[in-house]
Design a protein around this ligand. Structure first.
Ligand SMILES: [Zn+2]
Length: 92
C-alpha cells in the first residue's frame, strides 16, 4: 500500500494544510522536532496532523532508527504520550 508519486493528476493540494494558513512559513520548526530523540538524525519526516481533541501536532518519523513521536505545535518539546494522541482510549 505504498503511496507513490503519480498522484499529481488529482489536482488536490499536494501540500494539504488543513488549518488553511497560506502564509505559514515552511521553516517553522516545532519544539522537539528538530532532531531525532533517539539518534539525533535531523533529516526527519515531519507530518502535520490533528490529534485527539483537535489539537494541532506534528508527527515525526526518523528514517535512521524508525523512532516516531508526536509533538504538539504549542508544546514544550516533549513528545506527547500516546493517550494524548489517540484519545482517552477505549474502555474495554
Ligand atoms: Zn533516529
Amino acid at each position: 500500500m505504498a503511496r507513490r508519486k503519480g498522484d499529481a493528476g488529482r489536482g488536490r493540494d499536494a501540500h494539504a494544510e488543513p488549518l488553511g494558513s497560506v502564509s505559514q512559513p515552511q521553516s517553522i520548526v516545532v519544539p522537539g522536532t528538530h532532531a531525532c530523540l533517539r539518534c539525533g538524525e535531523t533529516e526527519l519526516t515531519r507530518i502535520r496532523m490533528t490529534i485527539s481533541g483537535g489539537r494541532p501536532a506534528v508527527f515525526v518519523s526518523c528514517p535512521s532508527c524508525e523512532q516516531t513521536n508526536w509533538f504538539a505545535l504549542d508544546g514544550d518539546g516533549s513528545p506527547l504520550p500516546r493517550e494524548d494522541v489517540m484519545g482517552p482510549g477505549k474502555q474495554s
